[in-house]
Write a protein that binds this ligand. Sequence first.
Ligand code: ME8
Length: 648
Amino acid sequence: MSKGNFYITTPIYYPSAKLHIGHTYCTVATDAMARYKRLQGYNVKFLTGTDEHGQKIEDKAKEAGCTPQQFVDDIVLGQGGVLDLWKLMNISYDRFIRTTDDYHVAAIQKIFKKMYDNGDIYKGKYAGKYCKPCESFWTESQLVDGKCPDCGREVQGTEEEAYFFRLSKYADRIQDLLENTDFLEPRSRVHEMVNNFIKPGLEDLCVSRTSFTWGVPVDFDEGHVVYVWIDALFNYMTALGFCNDKYDDLQAFWPADVHFVGKEIVRFHSIIWPAMLMSLDLPLPKKVFGHGWLLLDGGKMSKSKGNVVDPYILAERFGVDALRFFLLRSFPFGSDGNFSNELLISTINTDLANDLGNLVSRTVAMAQKYFGEKLPAQQVEDPELDAELVAMVSGLRDKYEEHMEHYAFQNALAEVFKVISRANKYIDENAPWVLAKREENKPRLARVLYNLLETVRVCAGLLIPFTPATSEEIAKRLGGAAMDWDSLNAFGVLPADVATLAGPALFPRIDMEKELAALEELSKPKSEIEIEPYAEEAVDFDTFCKSDFRAVKVKDCQPVKKSDKLLQFTLDDGTGTDRQILSGIAKFYKPEELIGKTLLAITNLPPRKMMGRESCGMLLSAIHTVKGEEKLNLVMLDDAIPAGAKLC
Ligand code: ME8
């Protein structure tokens, strides 16, 4: 029986560049929450998607020489794109929205018109500042040192006819919502919103643009496109069927239970979004949670700063579950966290390899070594030795739940790992290898191992939201153990004669030094240009000096019939007699562009026949590869150098 519906969303991502570990962080957190709610028995709708309009995308597409639609299609659907990344990271979204989807575009037009009709959107003149990277309008007074208060970059002055949304009208209601309800969390973000944006006076918001076209057209006023944030924010409702017939889930899932968003877009979600919903008399989402950033060297990762961390590389090297786990174990979700490869590796080694991995492999290995496939049902408890572990395991789910309900992933995981450490200590206290020495201790030994297997079951079950594939594997190793929500609050769910299955280490230990060096190597910017490897064999000076390099002038150059490679050169080599050289460069040059040029030839090679014609020497060229494509340039000398001049 479902406990009810639960609707959770990530921000929809700008496909202006490939996504990095910061984007992955938010999506993994949302996925963990969605899986947790499913585990509890909720009917979950998890929405993610891409926010594809706006001037930034239009500009990027222009730079890339394609249409904006082609540009976003490549980043969303292309190899290594958004969909690929979510598949790799095992993101269990139920719906994916693209703001270029027809149903969404038509819905946004209807929504804009509704607010125009109810008087909350009106036409005026916009004169102010615009930050293109943030797609944000600012007034002079909001700028910090004349720059965008969000990202610190230059803003541009703009003046254009535009539509405005009466944000000012909703200032009091929004302030009340923020201050007197738990709509926005963490609470620290409330003070920031109220003090920085509401108290100084909420101004009406410019909600249309005429200076670019890549957006949802205002259908009743040609030339205007809808401000990208209106287009983007309403995705949370159009994806359920608001103002469209594509879906029919609005009744069941709106209002959203929680929107997870990064801290820099809390303003849009906690001021503009509820104000627009108020304008349309729609229920407000129950919660907006503003998470912190993953920082690199103390600063926010961004493609433009060139300091992004590639989730593909990390997932490939460490495994998807290890990466997911690290992101939520290492940083408190509501605050910023400093990403580093050292922290990633040490988290994997400590928690996953040493604590969890060892507990699973030691326990299963001992169960098999001492009893074969199944534990014997005859077991002896020792209340004194067992009580603490059993109590910790039995109380774990409630503690974990308390933290998860507050989006405190790190604390929830800390509770699980306290129990895992306790279980490892329990192994040492009970020394199964000593018990195994005497037959009469076998029933006690069986109970010790049972308690450990039961501990592993509960911990692995509670880890499902974080490490879904590993939890599934552990369930198999415990003979297909139950890991449903109710079973995670009880001790003694495994049958006494549980069958175990051995397997390879869940998380092999990583050699920190070696791995850091390998990651360093991988993070070096790769040139798209490849050059030929240098010769390893030395050539002695005298041999080299025997080569006769001469400047030659091209008198004539012709294609060679039946050859798509060869060009035939007639060259002035300064001797008074023409020299003929054939060269396989037809792919790179048209014969006529070479006539008159001064080239470099090696002239004392023995003559060779090619396609029945004699070639007396070789023309020198420079070769390299760009993105796998071979490039060749003939070495051209200054035309002032006379034919026959010797190069030495
Ligand atoms: O903001 N650490 O899209 P976006 C943590 N299209 N989170 C990070 C991060 C980092 N280093 N870098 C980015 C947008 N993010 C809008 C959303 S919703 C209606 C429209 C997070 O692709 C960032 O905080 O720029 C934001 O929540 C999300 O990635 C999407 O960023």
